[in-house]
Design a protein around this ligand. Structure first.
Ligand code: GLN
Length: 503
């Protein structure tokens, strides 16, 4: 018997039981996504003979497009498909993308990537919006739920990020898989886990009541009329038409700049148009959502140094004093590792604080997120105090910075997902979630620019010079993060007014 929305949302205990199913679908999706992402640069350089700079630019373009497409995926979910069909369609496109890559990654590289970009756009924002609908609008347990969900994201990221590239390089299963087939198997693994994600979702659906069945919110006052089939099929066709376009745009990275300069303003104009149609109180909440979205660009711009300048810093300037681990491995997966353990704990901490009526509201949590981020970057700066004359410093100390940065991420990223579902009007949930991720696309973009600015070490400069240049840059970023955090806390009364009853 199908559950009613009330039965789902009136759950007892700390988490709704459905969250575990969404946790696993998202975990496998992130396995596929981070598995592929982790292989891109290495594959382009070692297999497609790209120059390092070119490969990095292409990687950046892919990331920007992936997150930019979440806006479109969310928009179509709101207007035509509903969350479930969007998620399913996105999953199928991701499977198609990884199967294409598994067949012949050398020949069909950009085609496979383009499918993955569009697929992720349909999958990623909509599964997060469904988590939000497991809760009543003001259920104080939602942040804890999103924190748990975030642990699933990172479990997938950690496993996929580690396993796929290790198989491709032959570091694991090397004796079983002939060398010529390793990359095919690695990309193939991404498609297998995505199939698991969708099968898991098929079973999950049975316990989701009416959530995500139709566009719009199951509690919306005005129900959307059934959507004609031709509209649904048009979305499928349209998204397929996007594939060759994305393929061209990712392959030529100049287009990324044009794209980034256009998509943001266009989405803002569209948001303002939608805002003109809602009540004054709903409009205020959307303004508040926009404040969070804009601050998140700053956050990700600083945070995402991990894939760029910090990976160079890890390679050049860190020793192996942490259990003999490889510094780049720690830089790539340390954050996810910490999150898997810390996210559920921090979620429970929010619930505990709430019971005592001292849980900080979302703005303060965001502010704390920035302050932790800033502290983390100051610790990165301080790594220079432990450096030897060759400019090599302590991985242990670097890992402490990673831990503090991760605490910042946990105060902002899952909380951001949660607040989007609370501040969006019932018919704009998917689109606003898409905007939240679009901000990540800009964050990645800004991070690339900041990273390039940091890499100013001149020809012939020593490792020690590089250490000084990078750590000076991190001190600067730490300062910006702390300033952003303080500004957020200062403007909190104003944002609180916009948020009204939402916490
Ligand atoms: N790491 C998180 C994820 O993969 C957050 C991504 C983001 O918003 N930039 O979902």
């Amino acid at each position: 018997m199908s559950l009613t929305l009330d039965e789902i949302q009136n759950f007892k205990g700390k988490y709704p039981s459905q969250i575990w199913s969404l946790f696993f679908s998202e975990m496998w999706e992130r396995f596929c996504f981070y598995g592929m992402r982790g292989m891109l640069v290495f594959f382009m350089i070692s297999q497609l003979n790209f120059h390092e700079k070119e490969a990095n630019l292409q990687y950046g373009a892919t990331q920007a497009f992936v997150y930019a497409f979440t806006f479109i995926g969310g928009l179509f979910a709101d207007k035509i498909l509903g969350f479930r069909k969007s998620l399913f369609w996105g999953g199928l496109l991701m499977i198609a993308g990884s199967l294409i890559l598994a067949t012949d990654p050398h020949k069909f590289f950009f085609l496979g990537i383009a499918f993955t970009v569009v697929g992720t756009g349909f999958f990623k924002p909509n599964i997060s919006s469904m988590v939000g609908q497991l809760y009543k609008p003001n259920d104080s347990r939602a942040d804890a739920g999103f924190s748990l969900f975030y642990a699933g994201i990172n479990l997938g990221a950690l496993l996929g990020g580690y396993l796929c590239i290790a198989i491709g390089k032959g570091e694991i299963l090397g004796s079983l898989i002939p060398e010529a087939m390793r990359w095919n198997v690695a990309f193939g693994l991404a498609s297998v886990v995505m199939v698991i994600s969708l099968i898991n979702f098929i079973f999950t659906q049975k316990r989701m009541g009416t959530i995500g069945l139709q566009p719009g919110h199951p509690l919306a006052e005005v129900k959307t009329a059934p959507i004609p089939k031709w509209k649904e099929y048009s979305v499928y066709v349209l998204s397929l038409i996007f594939v060759p376009i994305i393929m061209k745009m990712v392959a030529k990275t100049e287009y990324t700049d044009y794209f980034m300069w256009t998509i943001g303003p266009l989405t803002l104009i569209y948001l303002f148009y939608e805002m003109s149609k809602v009540t004054a109180s709903e409009r205020k909440k959307l303004w508040a959502a926009l404040v969070f979205i804009i601050f998140s660009i700053i956050f990700w711009g600083i945070y995402e140094q991990s894939g760029g300048s910090l990976s160079i810093f890890a390679a050049k300037n860190l020793n192996k004093d942490l259990l003999g681990l490889d510094p780049n491995g720690v830089n790539n997966s340390g954050g996810a590792f910490f999150i898997i353990f810390l996210a559920p704990l921090i979620g429970l901490l929010w619930i505990w604080l709430n019971k005592r009526k001292i849980e900080p509201n979302t703005i303060i949590k965001f502010g704390l997120g920035f302050i932790f981020l800033g502290l983390g970057y100051y610790i990165l700066f301080a790594t220079r105090l432990f450096a030897n004359l060759q400019g090599i410093t302590s991985l242990n100390f670097f890992t402490v910075a990673l831990l503090v940065i991760t605490l910042g991420e946990l105060c902002l990223s899952p909380i951001g997902l949660s607040i989007m579902t609370k501040l969006s009007t019932k018919n704009l949930q998917g689109m606003m979630m898409g905007m939240w991720f679009l901000a990540s696309a800009y964050g990645q973009y800004v991070a690339g620019i900041i990273g390039a600015g940091l890499a100013t070490a001149k020809e012939g400069s020593t490792n020690y010079d590089a250490l000084i240049t990078y750590t000076d840059g991190y001190k600067q970023l730490g300062l910006y993060a702390v300033i952003a955090g303080v500004v957020l806390i200062l403007i909190s009364p104003f944002v609180k007014k916009l948020m009204q009853e939402v916490k």
